[in-house]
Every structure is written in structure tokens, then in C-alpha cells.
Design a protein around this ligand. Structure first.
Ligand code: 13P
Ligand code: SF4
Length: 344
């Protein structure tokens, strides 16, 4: 995707062609210079830069490798442009490589919502019930889990277990959406006094959830959708499954960020409303210039926003911030991730 010998001018021209509509000219010139320096350092240090779809457009369209290519990478260093749990997952899968995250404070409200001790407590309260953890969790939570899932394969993972009950952590809305899709009843036990479980014992339930929320996706409402549909009756509405079940039900499509991108690419509507982090709308708009992306752009993930071209350059120049996962935790977390990968 990126030519090895690309000059600074060529990179600027390539970015301009793609991003002229979404990034102001003055920013584009400055950011293309940063991106060019990052690409030169990548070659010099035998590094690969991976990133999430929520990265700002100039970064997204200039320095990132395709993740599929990176799985086969012989690079010594992986720079992960995303939040901490994602960089940790790269380390879990690549223990022999140096994994860097450009910002030490790029967290996630979902990953933050649950600890390994919380999972151990739930396992004690619901003995023998398998634990499915969304990948938006830290390594020590994954290590306490039987299997991981992504927003794209969550229902498939739950069904694959063939278990009457599952514990599904930590996203309340993703859990409710999966429960709905798989026809299960879900309960949300409270922290603290066990009396709540006594009540739950009288209920017929097949899923046990946790009340974590994505601070971005919880903001979208059914009213937002109705307002946009009133103005643009032909709009196609796409929601991430971290949105509430009501928002998902009012949308035309729900799926992971990768599934949303694929949906926009394969369908031919004149305009789309993306109910997800707003940088992704810019990235899709740049890749699909003939389709209009509407987005509710007050909603930028503050954690993803920490990762900039400047911080990425500094990460490579100073080999910072190194992501470490204790080996025992990594080994147990890897087992949960590999069980998910085996399911597909
Ligand atoms: P995807 O797994 O769909 O890419 O989303 C991750 C995320 O953090 C969504 O907020
Ligand atoms: Fe976490 Fe939400 Fe940000 Fe994704 S968008 S990293 S789930 S806070």
C-alpha cells in the first residue's frame, strides 16, 4: 500500500487526493510531513504501524498497514495506533516483538469498567458458567475468561459454547443486543450483597451481564435517528452494537466497524448515517467520495483522540510507550483469544 521510496511530495499528493474534502489544506501539508517522517522511521527501525478505524483521517490514510498483512509481519516493532486494550492484544499475540502505544493514557470506558477480581467474583457467584469477554477488556480480565469475542462475532461465540447459561462481559448494550439476537434472557447482578443472586435464582435467565458502557456509543438516541430521517428520508442508518438495543432496532444495519465499512462499500445509497465514533465517518467518506456520510460529530472518543501523528512519531523516535503483559497473564489471555479465533 505504501511505496518504500515515496518522497515527501508524493505522500502529500497521495494524501491530498484522498483527503482534500475532509482535512484542511494547511493541516494536510503539516501532517503529510509528519507521516513521511514516520514512514521513514518505520523502514529504518523495521517497524509496522497498525491502527483502528477510529484514527483521525490523516493518520489513517498515511501510515497504517493492513492488519492482515501485519499478521504475517517480520517487523521487530509494532506501533499500535489505538487504545491500550488493543495494543495489549497485539502483545498477547506477538510476545517476541516490541509493542508500542503512542499515548500512555489511551484507555476505554468499557475496559475500565471491570477488573479481574470482579470476574473472579462473578465466577464464584455463578459456578461453572462459562465467561465470554469482549475484546474491549484488559489482559488480566481476558486471562480470567474462557473465551473472547468481538462486536462482529459475539452472538456466534455465545452460541458456540452450547451452554445453557453464559456470563458476558463487560458491555451492557452489546450483551443486551446479543441476548436479543440469540433469544436469551439476561440479568445484571449488582455488586455487593449476594441477596440479589437469590432473586436471580428464581428467574429463568440464560445470560449474566455487566453494566459497562462505551461512553461514545451510549450517547446515541432513537431521537437522533428520527431527526436525521425527517431531514433525509433516504438515509441508511448504521449503528455499532455498543449502541443501545433501541438504537440498534431503529437502525437499518448494525455491525462492527469493519462490517459497517464493508456495508457502505457494497451498498449504493446516496447517504449514510454512522452511529459510531466520528473519525470513522471521515475515513469512509475519504474512501467513498461519491457517498455522503452524515455523522453526529460531537462524538469523538477521547481515548482514541489521544493518538496523534506527533505522538506516533515520538513513539518511534523514543521507543515509547512499551506495552508489557506479565507472561502468566499473557498465556491465559492468549488461550481465550485463540479459542475465539478458532471459532472465526
Ligand atoms: P470494533 O471492534 O467494531 O472495531 O470496535 C471497537 C471499538 O472500540 C468500538 O468502540
Ligand atoms: Fe472504548 Fe468506546 Fe472509545 Fe471504543 S469508542 S475505545 S469502546 S470508549
Amino acid at each position: 500500500m505504501i511505496q518504500t521510496q515515496e518522497t515527501a511530495q508524493e505522500l502529500y499528493a497521495r494524501m491530498r487526493e484522498k483527503l482534500a474534502e475532509v482535512v484542511p489544506e494547511v493541516e494536510l501539508r503539516y501532517k503529510s510531513e509528519l507521516a513521511w517522517r514516520i514512514n521513514a522511521l518505520k523502514r529504518e527501525r523495521n517497524a509496522v504501524v497498525l491502527g483502528h478505524n477510529y484514527m483521525e483521517p490523516a493518520l489513517y490514510h498515511s501510515i497504517l498497514e493492513l492488519c492482515r498483512q501485519a499478521a504475517r509481519t517480520t517487523a521487530d516493532i509494532i506501533v499500535f495506533c489505538g487504545v491500550r486494550f488493543m495494543a495489549e492484544t497485539a502483545k498477547i499475540l506477538n510476545p517476541g516483538k516490541t509493542v508500542l502505544i503512542p499515548s500512555p493514557v489511551a484507555g476505554c470506558s468499557l475496559a475500565q469498567s471491570i477488573t479481574a477480581a470482579d470476574v473472579r467474583d462473578l465466577k464464584a457467584r455463578f459456578p461453572g458458567v462459562p465467561v465470554v469477554s469482549y475484546v474491549n477488556t484488559y489482559a488480566d480480565v481476558k486471562a480470567e475468561s474462557d473465551i473472547c469475542c468481538t462486536s462482529g462475532n459475539a452472538a456466534k461465540v455465545v452460541q458456540s459454547l452450547g451452554s445453557q447459561r453464559v456470563i458476558f462481559l463487560p458491555d451492557e448494550f452489546l450483551a443486551r443486543n446479543v441476548a436479543k439476537e440469540t433469544g436469551r434472557t439476561i440479568i445484571f447482578p449488582t455488586r455487593g450483597p449476594r441477596a440479589a443472586d437469590g432473586q436471580a435464582a428464581g428467574l429463568d435467565y440464560q445470560m449474566v451481564g455487566w453494566q459497562g458502557r462505551c461512553e461514545v456509543h451510549e450517547k446515541f438516541t432513537v431521537e437522533d435517528i428520527a431527526n436525521v430521517r425527517r431531514q433525509f428520508p433516504d438515509v441508511v442508518v448504521l449503528a455499532h452494537p455498543e449502541c443501545s438495543p433501541e438504537v440498534v432496532a431503529a437502525s437499518d444495519f448494525a455491525g462492527s466497524t469493519a462490517a459497517m465499512i464493508a456495508w457502505v462499500e457494497k451498498t449504493q445509497a446516496p447517504r449514510y448515517l454512522l452511529l459510531t465514533e466520528c473519525s470513522m465517518g471521515d475515513n469512509i467518506a475519504a474512501a467513498n467520495p461519491r457517498k455522503e456520510m452524515l455523522r453526529l460529530c460531537t462524538v469523538r472518543c477521547p481515548h482514541m483522540n489521544e493518538i496523534t501523528l506527533e505522538m506516533t512519531l515520538a513513539a518511534l523516535e523514543q521507543t515509547r510507550y512499551v506495552v508489557e503483559v506479565p507472561e502468566e497473564t499473557r498465556r491465559r489471555a492468549l488461550a481465550a483469544v485463540e479459542r475465539m479465533i478458532a471459532i472465526g
